[in-house]
Design a protein around this ligand. Structure first.
Ligand code: SAM
Length: 280
């Protein structure tokens, strides 16, 4: 009998995408969400949270390289980094590829995700065991509020604006992140797809220009996220993302997706998508 996993996020909007499952490895109910782990026919091992695709072995590097290296390469000397969410370890793994990094705080609300990824995705999660990484299991919004002026880079590697991550798409949290950021700091946040979630992106850019003098939006291609792309906000007091010229000598070795050319191209949006980003 064939088993298929169907992505849950988009069903209510009349959209379904399914992946043939070759083996179900685990299903764990944590106090925050349900974690399912599968072997799939065409994307390797995959895990989902409340039936929403989070990570697959085949395309995770696209998302993790692009959420990390665009901000890290835009900052002159990133030493203290905060990752909110990111319990699979992929973003932490990419941040640690920059030799300037002295400390990475991982603020993940659900330790169950970290434990499951240690067990089923060791090649991604292993980085979370690095001695530079400080684990903090709590709500990222609360942590940002309580840590003023501490970080050079903040990366919000969150799930979608439902459940525990809903607060991470609201104005108070963005204001608290601004408070947690150092003067020359840079922020990137997971900000959905301009094909499917224009309303979410538009809602973010209603308040972003009121908080950050410099901002932009970039995206990556990733087959297992709804619509095959996912985007990110880029926020800063001082660094204009459209003026950054990535220094090739700082690019970590052996990346599979990020390059200085992709860095620049990622900010080029289709005409219809520009409407969501209020750039004067
Ligand atoms: N890369 C995936 C993506 O693009 O959707 C998501 C990475 S990671 C699995 C998302 C993490 O955000 C989850 O582990 C979830 O527990 C965490 N999370 C959700 N809301 C949170 C919050 N308020 N504070 C901290 N972590 C949160």
């Amino acid at each position: 009998m064939e088993i298929w996993y169907t992505e849950g996020l988009e069903i209510s909007k009349g959209r379904k995408v399914s992946y043939r499952v070759t083996k179900t490895l685990d299903s764990i109910q944590t106090p925050f969400q349900k974690i399912d782990v599968f072997e799939t026919e065409s994307f390797g091992r995959m895990f989902t949270l409340d039936d929403v695709t989070m990570v697959t072995e085949r395309d995770e590097h696209s998302y993790h390289e692009m959420i990390a290296h665009i901000p890290m390469m835009s900052h002159p000397n990133p030493e203290n980094v905060l990752v909110i969410g990111g319990g699979d370890g992929g973003t932490v793994r990419e941040v640690l590829k920059h030799p300037s990094v002295k400390e990475v705080v991982l603020c993940e609300i659900d330790k169950g995700v970290v434990d499951a990824c240690y067990k089923y995705f060791p090649e991604i999660a292993e980085a979370m065991k690095d001695k530079k990484v400080i684990h903090h299991y709590d709500d990222g919004a609360k942590f940002a509020r309580e840590n003023k002026g501490r970080f050079d880079v903040i990366l919000v590697d969150s799930s979608d604006p439902v459940g525990p991550a809903e607060v991470l798409f609201k104005e108070p949290f963005y204001r608290d992140m601004a408070g947690a950021l150092r003067e020359t700091g840079v922020i990137a946040t997971q900000a959905e797809s301009y094909w499917y979630h224009g309303d979410v992106i538009k809602s973010l850019f209603e308040f972003i220009p009121k908080i950050f003098p410099q901002y932009g939006y970039y995206y990556t291609t990733i087959p297992t996220y709804p619509s095959g792309i996912i985007g990110f906000t880029f926020l800063s007091n001082k660094i204009n993302p459209y003026e950054v010229v990535p220094d090739p000598s700082r690019v970590p070795k052996n990346l599979k997706y990020y390059s200085p050319e992709i860095h620049k191209a990622a900010f080029v949006l289709p005409e219809f998508a520009k409407q969501y980003i209020k750039r004067s």
